[in-house]
Design a protein around this ligand. Structure first.
Ligand code: NAI
Length: 223
């Protein structure tokens, strides 16, 4: 199997989508699927799918296609869903509460073990079945429990300082929602900055360009 370093970032970005579609197929009772069928379902090309999966050693058999359950399992292993990375969430405000309540960390290779907030009125309250701890407990908690992943749902202005503290406490990866493109000068830290607004802009671009090309076509039809 290829090491992640040898696989392009765009292939890695597509893997969660393969994993999700294959999971749906499993739920529907589909046992095997050809690259052509999977491609039409996912609006990709069959050769794209074969190329992507070849990065990890194939998995398909000529004339048979892919065994859905095996492929789902293999991609899950590549993504690391069978791991339980201990995860903490910082900032139990509107977004932090929504993420803690609606993201299933366990099916994505993580286990949410604690939530922290600097607001004394929020500390002590329950969020997603976990009692929010005051941020003052962070250092002791990290030294004792050694979490590896931190989800950041705090205001932009506080992000860099909190992230640096967390790195010094052993955090290896950030799922960062704080509208701050976290750039930490540590090579071995994984950062995933999430901006929901960027996704909305991709949508507006799509709508506007679709409308532009439709208007152009309508104009051409009139000529
Ligand atoms: P909020 O104000 O409801 O919650 C922020 C929480 O962080 C508060 O409970 C506050 O007490 C806590 N906090 C602040 N500094 C802290 C620190 N140093 N340590 C621990 N806790 C701290 O804000 P909301 O709506 O939950 O948004 C949180 C952040 O997420 C904001 O920066 C917002 O701009 C961003 N955001 C990002 C989105 C994205 O797509 N990436 C989408 C929506 C919000």
């Amino acid at each position: 199997m290829a090491k992640n370093g040898e696989v392009s970032a765009s292939v890695i970005k597509r893997l969660p989508r393969y994993y999700r579609f294959l999971g749906e197929l499993m739920k529907q009772g589909t046992e095997r699927i050809s690259s052509r069928e999977l491609a039409s379902l996912m609006k990709l090309t069959a050769s794209q799918i074969r190329q992507d999966l070849n990065c990890f050693g194939g998995f398909g058999q000529q004339g048979y296609g892919y065994n859905v359950k095996d492929l789902h399992e293999q991609i899950g292993k590549i993504l690391g869903v069978d791991k339980k990375l201990s995860t903490i969430l910082i900032g139990a405000g509107n977004l932090g509460r929504a993420i803690a309540s609606h993201i299933n960390f366990e099916t994505r290779g993580c286990q949410l073990i604690a939530i922290f907030d600097s607001n004394e009125k929020i500390a002590g309250k329950a969020v997603a079945g976990t009692t929010v701890r005051h941020i003052d407990e962070l250092e002791f908690f990290c030294r004792t429990n050694k979490p590896e992943v931190a989800v950041l749902c705090i205001p932009k202005a506080n992000t860099q300082a909190v992230a640096e503290l967390l790195v010094s406490l052993g955090i290896k990866a950030f799922w960062n929602f704080s509208h701050y493109d976290l750039s930490i000068d540590y090579e071995d830290i994984v950062v995933e900055n999430v901006h929901l607004g960027d996704s909305l802009l991709t949508l507006t671009y799509g709508v506007n360009h679709l409308l532009d090309s439709k208007e152009n076509n309508d104009e051409n039809d009139k000529k």
